[in-house]
Design a protein around this ligand. Structure first.
Ligand code: AMP
Ligand code: MG
Length: 327
């Protein structure tokens, strides 16, 4: 069911969830001040409570209010990339409940740039927690129609057109002057470093990711209804071998159920534009489209050009969405 901004604000204020457009993907939002609404995000998505939610704000002031420390690295990155597809993970303030952060002392915060999303957040006056508006482990939605089909029209959606970026935000954990990329997105590590160097901010890159500090980084995620198989350069897809590999894979990994078909007779190829920006924008729409075309297996041929830094975010999503890989 589609709703306008005014109705979305009313629903959110009364503790309901509403799917909202952002430039990355559509989010399933609830105001951070209402535990009932936050609980509904987890139950609607069938998301496990160990996977924390990103809080979306519409000003620097709101971001600073939900964090208990805000140093020069956070300030420089916010100035360089906000509003935009970058999430900062920082120590949380008591405005953010443990339910939102899965008990972590930190919170993920982002100021999105989608115009309707910003208008809604401004009217609301309270930040919202919003993970992607899809069932846990499944392909993310980059159009209102994706949300409608995912939840059979039961979730109210504010239609803001196709998401411009198309894949989830880059997540950077900031700890004093150390930082690390927890999830790749269209903003690359090189761009993050450039921004800090331009602003003459001291920083260190911490490349060791501690599992405890980065939950929600499941091996499998974003999975389409039909298994996706990645075929790396120089490798060939073999249906018999693929079926055997899928059969031997565990039924569930980190709570995400693997798609296991009985046969792989009708492959369809997922083709993405060469340009990484366009490829990110089209990724989830194309993945859903191919899955709906009656294929029982989707093949993606990895090219050497997909191994560059600008493709990291897309390859991360494809690798997690894939049931198996020929490499
Ligand atoms: P999404 O489902 O796209 O909204 O992304 C949420 C992801 O952000 C989670 O699965 C975590 O990986 C990450 N995240 C959110 N909050 C935190 C946090 N406080 N610390 C580390 N990672 C976080
Ligand atoms: Mg998600």
């Amino acid at each position: 069911m589609k709703v306008d901004i005014q109705r979305a604000v009313e629903l959110l204020k009364s503790g309901e969830v509403v799917a909202i457009p952002t430039e990355t993907v559509y989010g399933l939002a609830a105001v951070i001040s209402n535990p009932q609404g936050i609980g509904k995000i987890f139950s609607t998505k069938k998301r496990p409570f160990f996977d924390p939610l990103i809080v979306h704000v519409s000003s620097l002031k709101q971001a600073q209010e939900i964090c208990s420390s805000w140093g020069e690295v956070a300030q420089a990155l916010a100035e360089a990339f906000w509003p935009g597809p970058l999430t900062l993970v920082l120590p949380k303030s008591d405005k953010v409940s443990d339910l939102i952060t899965s008990g972590l002392p930190t919170v993920g915060v982002r100021w999105p740039r989608h115009p309707q999303c910003l208008e809604l957040l401004k009217d609301l006056g309270i930040p919202v927690a919003a993970p992607s508006a899809n069932l846990f482990g499944k392909t993310s939605p980059s159009r209102a129609e994706h949300v409608e089909s995912e939840f059979q029209g039961l979730v109210p959606v504010l239609d803001g057109g196709a998401s411009e970026v198309g894949i989830e935000s880059t997540i950077v954990r900031v700890d004093g002057n150390s930082l690390q990329i927890l999830r790749s997105g269209v903003i690359t590590l090189s761009q993050v470093k450039d921004a800090l160097e331009r602003k003459k901010v001291n920083y260190q890159i911490d490349s060791v990711i501690h599992q405890r500090q980065a939950p929600g980084m499941m091996k499998h995620h974003y999975m389409p209804q039909v298994p996706l198989v990645l075929v790396h350069p120089g490798k060939k897809f073999d249906a018999v071998e693929a079926l055997e590999m899928i059969r031997q894979a565990p039924a569930q990994i980190d709570g995400v159920t693997l798609v296991k078909p009985k046969s792989l007779c009708t492959p369809k190829e997922l083709v993405l534009p060469e340009d990484s920006g366009l490829a990110a924008r089209r990724l989830y729409t194309e993945l859903r489209k191919v899955a709906d075309q009656g294929a029982d297996v989707i093949l993606f041929y990895v090219k050497p050009s997909h191994l560059g830094e600008d493709w990291l975010g897309i390859m991360d999503r494809l690798t997690k969405a894939a049931s198996i890989e020929f490499r």
